[in-house]
Structures are given as structure tokens and as C-alpha cells.
Design a protein around this ligand. Sequence first.
Ligand code: CA
Length: 236
Amino acid sequence: MSKVTILVVEDDASVRNLISTTLKAHDYRFITAATGESAVMEAASHNPDILLLDLGLPDIDGVEVIRRIRSWSNAPIIVISARSEDSDKIDALDAGADDYLTKPFSVDELLARLRATQRRLALIQSSSPQQPVYVNGQLRIDFVSGCAYLGEEELHLTPIEYKLLCLLARNTGKVLTHKFITQSVWGSSWENDVVSLRVFMATLRRKLERGSDSPQYIQTHIGIGYRMLKIEEKDG
Ligand code: CA
């Protein structure tokens, strides 16, 4: 993979150093920022490929940093949060973050998340939203005919399952919150729909992921939402 530039935003010097050392050892290019304001400035001047963003910053809130950066940039944002509360992660995801890491995290976890984000980046760069066909592992969606296939076999999906599948596919690699999904699919007040969402996701997954040898396409984030995983070639 070509070298990507990562903007590391973290006010805690020891965590910032740990991340920097890890990135350096694995041949990533990176820049750092210790405040929200400087993060927005660094993002604007360096146009990084990926952002690692701590949510608890001394000046402006991490969620506000995401909103500002999202007004001009689509670069994947991985949120780093010491807060155990899911609501902070949900706010960050709804503001446009792609993924999250919870402190304390291991170096391996950080690297795995970066590799997954690079795959998402490659996918974003290689595809346009107008692309008529989506392919991920054995899964293929023909947006023009409105049909989905697993291998050669057509998937028999209800209209809602198909809508859900397309939404997840178009956001492959990104964690989508319950609120985002229900509002996109039903356009309604979401609190009442999380239970129905769970039911639809369960049937969709049964149709997509058959048996233990089938790769996992949809990842569940308990209390937060769902994500379509990019199936690596060797798994597909
Ligand atoms: Ca912090």
C-alpha cells in the first residue's frame, strides 16, 4: 500500500508518543496536534489521508472538530475515546467519524484499525457513488436492476432488507449508528425503530452469512450500530 499521511490529535503526551512511535516503526507518515484548533488547522494545511482523533481535547470538543473537518474533508476519522459512554462515540459517528478505538488500546489494535481504514480509503478512492455495481467478497449488488447476489445465486431480500444492504454497502468500513440507519431507511423517529432494525438485520445476516465457513459481512456494535466489513480477497 502506498504511504498514507495520518494526523494524530491527542492532548495526552504519553498517548501521543505511543501512537507516534508505533506509526514511525510501521513506516507511516504522520503529523501531530495537541488541541482541537490546531487539529483543524493541520487538517486544512496537510490534507491528511486518515485522522486519529482523541475526543477529550482541552479547547474544543472532538465532536466539534469532526463537524468542522467534515465540512470540507471526507478523510476517514478514527475516534479515540477514554470515555466508556457509548453516547460520545455515537455523537462522533453521527458527526461523521468512521470508526472508534477505546482507551486503553493495544498497539496491535491500533494497527489493525489503521489497516482496515486503509482498505476503506482504497475503496473510497476507487469507487464513485454512481458506480452501478458493488462487489465485496461473494456479495454483488446491481444497483440498476435492484438485485443482490451471493456468488451466482440471487438473494431474495425484502425491500427493507435491500435498502439496509445498500446503505451498509455504500458505507463499507464505516460504523453506522442505529439512528443514522433508521433515519436513512425509515426516515422516522429512530428510538422506536431500533427493535425492528435488529429484526431486519438478523434476517439479512441469515441470508448473507450462511454457515460457519461464510465470511462475516456485517459487524454488530452493541449499543451503537452496524458496519459492513470489506472482505479481503483471501477470505472471499
Ligand atoms: Ca484527551
